[in-house]
Design a protein around this ligand. Structure first.
Ligand code: NDP
Ligand SMILES: O=C(O)C1=N[C@H](C(=O)O)C[C@H](O)C1
Length: 247
């Protein structure tokens, strides 16, 4: 496939490496410096775009790809407040977009088990639940997109929680969750690639369910596989639709 990379930071550069390894061609790299000079004709002949840019840039990049009829994989997080309007535009204009807060296979297995775990614990009201995410200090958004997906999975399965709230360690803002609010605690430490933990606590014990990324490689390879999966399709997809863990 001829790939346009939107964003060429930590993830964009790694995705290029995996794309080339899997026999694809990177035909254009777009970053903050050249974004304003990109015209529709620069990207129209490509097969697919992969966006790992910034929460602020992602929406503009999505519009550009829709205009150019270019299918798009979006790994960027922090824009999900606009998810519904993007979905409608995508479907109305007969375009193709696949997004995901996390493209690693391990985290997608984690998402699946997280939902099952929440449903299993739901009848046992003595357990309270909390999510913790740890990332590097350069991360622009909080909570992480992955933590939001995990929280949504828990809210789906647990009647005792109605929504989530976020607290960022060291922000100086104290967040005390109400009984029906799920706390997502965000920590920013050095160069941590991404660690997510779900904690169920009762007076007598604690259950910890944890995923630790050792590097960004799983995310990057997953994004290239997602582009291969999306190629030739039309519609609005989530990365979770690529997997069927019930087979
Ligand atoms: N879904 C997943 O599996 C994963 C998602 N992510 C998400 O991906 C995003 C990128 O992460 P990461 O690579 O670590 O971040 P980086 O900050 O390393 O890279 C972001 C890149 O985007 C560029 N950029 C800024 N504005 C634009 C624009 N308008 N158009 C195109 N590119 C632009 C920046 O350019 P410049 O340097 O010139 O400013 C930079 O090269 C984040 O939202 C992160 O949360 C990260 C890992 C996994
Ligand atoms: O910014 C990152 O680095 C990551 N972002 C994604 C997120 O917000 O969940 C995925 C991964 O955890 C790394």
């Amino acid at each position: 496939m001829k790939i346009v990379l939107l964003g060429y930071g930590k993830m964009g550069q790694l995705i290029e490496r995996f794309a080339l390894k899997r026999g694809h061609e990177v035909v254009l790299i777009v970053d903050e410096e050249n974004r304003d000079s990109i015209e529709l004709e620069d990207i129209e002949d490509a097969d697919i775009a992969i966006d790992f840019s910034t929460p602020h840039a992602a929406l503009d990049n999505i519009s550009l790809c829709f205009e150019a009829n270019l299918p798009l994989v979006v790994g960027t997080t922090g824009w999900y407040d606009h998810l519904e309007e993007v979905r409608e535009t995508c479907l109305d204009a007969n375009q193709a977009l696949l997004y995901g807060s996390n493209f690693s296979i391990g985290v997608n297995i984690f998402f699946h088990i997280n939902k099952l775990l929440a449903k299993a614990i739901n009848p046992y009201k003595q357990y309270d639940v909390q999510v913790e995410e740890i990332h590097h200090i350069h991360k622009l958004d909080a909570p992480s997109g992955t933590a939001i997906t995990i929280a949504e999975g828990i809210l789906d399965g647990m009647d005792s929680k109605a929504g989530w709230v976020n607290s960022v360690e060291g922000s100086g803002e104290e967040v005390i969750p109400k009984a029906d609010e799920l706390l997502i605690e965000s920590l920013r430490i050095e160069e941590v690639p991404g660690t997510h933990t779900v904690l169920y606590s009762s007076e007598v014990d604690q259950i910890e369910f944890k995923h630790t990324a050792h590097s960004r490689e799983g995310f990057a390879l997953g994004a290239v596989i997602a582009a291969e999966w999306l190629f030739g399709k039309k519609g609005f997809f989530q990365v979770t639709e690529m997997f069927d863990f019930n087979k």
